[in-house]
Design a binder for this molecule. Structure first.
Ligand code: SF4
Length: 359
């Protein structure tokens, strides 16, 4: 039985692909404090938080009967490329018996990408390619629904309505299989979110959300900051979506700016990639400043090399472009109350700046 780590909507995305591949799978339980405690116990202290949570997810899935772990590979310069190898060793040292299946990105050679999928599914390259092409528009659809919910939540009249509508929209899309059904389900889902009762004349603060990929996508580790802010009438624009990240075109249609454009924008401050979201965190912050956003929230795991570099540079970006930036370095010691207190103070600051601009 195959399993994979939890991360935002990954369960819905991979679930669709694995069902089409006719591979039996069981997602781990949703990430909780118990998951984090398990991962922290087994992982090296200074490893980055996503690795710890991956390990916790895998332990919970192995204990529930999984015997095959699916992980993405990579080639640096950040540590993500080593995750599968390190997780394999840690879990085997802990006494677990399983097979680790590592799917490398296509940029590392097509065989290393498709070979492991062929092995677990028994399908041909041609069949796998067909399945991925059929599933990808649906995966994109999940991202567009999430983006729509972020644009809507800050205007809702009844707190919680957008979250309920998003869940309903996601459930509708989850059922779709054929191309025409997927298209219809995306439209139906967008309509469900559109039908949330809103006060569109409400004045809202606009905040950009930048930082490390996993932290931005997994509500458990970012303390569901998007919903927290939306419930307080703040419009959040997230800079990272899962299908932008895995999509081969690097055009990033959901977030709206291609990798090439981001590299060009960041150039005055950083002239080359530093891995992970280091460069995109800088470029997106610059874009948010240009677009008149009130502020930027930058979140990343403690010891994350790319976003630690970004943090050092963002001090100057914020000053030059006059945009407040709130940095959060997240690890297993970070508490919800501390995050909320800092966010409240940040929103006060942003509201004060907005009032000063109006008067
Ligand atoms: S981007 Fe940062 S947190 Fe994520 S894997 Fe790389 S080093 Fe770790």
């Amino acid at each position: 039985m195959l399993t994979f780590p939890q991360m935002g909507n990954l369960e819905r995305l991979l679930g669709d692909i694995l069902e089409r591949l006719e591979v039996e799978y069981m997602p781990p339980p949703k990430t909780t404090a118990k998951t984090l405690a398990l991962g922290t116990k087994h992982a090296p202290e200074f490893s980055c938080l996503p690795l710890k949570i991956n390990i916790g997810n895998f332990i919970e899935a192995l204990d529930a009967g999984a015997d095959t772990l699916l992980m993405a590979g990579g080639k640096g310069p950040c540590r993500f490329g080593y995750y599968a190898e390190i997780e394999d060793r840690i879990l085997k040292d802990a006494g677990y018996d399983f097979e680790m299946v590592t799917v490398e990105p296509p940029s590392m050679g097509f065989t290393r990408f498709v070979g492991p999928i062929k092995r677990v599914s028994g399908k041909s390259t041609r069949q796998i390619w067909k399945i991925l092409r059929a599933s990808f528009p649906k995966c994109r659809g999940f991202d567009f629904l999430e983006k729509k919910a972020l644009e809507t939540r800050c205007f809702e009249l009844n707190i919680g309505d957008t979250t309920k509508a998003l869940k309903k929209a996601m459930d509708i899309l989850s059922e779709a299989k054929k191309p025409e059904e997927i298209k219809e389900a995306i439209d139906a889902g967008l309509n469900v979110i559109d039908s949330v009762s809103c006060d569109k004349d409400r004045l809202v603060l606009k905040v950009g959300f930048v930082g490390e990929f996993y932290i931005l996508l997994e509500p458990f580790v970012n303390f569901d900051v998007e919903e927290w802010l939306g419930n307080r009438g703040v419009m959040v624009d997230r800079s990272v979506y899962i299908t932008d990240w895995i999509g081969p075109s690097a055009k990033n249609p959901v977030a709206g700016t291609s990798d090439d454009e981001l590299a060009e924008i960041a150039k005055p401050y950083l002239g080359h990639s530093v891995g992970g979201e280091g460069l995109p965190s800088i470029a997106h912050t610059m874009l948010y400043a240009r677009e008149g956003f009130d502020g930027v929230i930058h979140m990343f795991p403690f010891t994350c090399m790319p976003d630690t570099i970004a943090k050092a540079i963002l001090g100057k970006v914020g000053k030059d472009l006059d945009i407040p930036i709130l940095h959060f370095t997240i690890d297993e010691q970070t508490g919800k109350a501390g995050v909320a207190t800092r966010l409240e103070a940040f929103l006060d600051l942003l509201a004060g700046r907005r009032r000063a601009l109006v008067n």
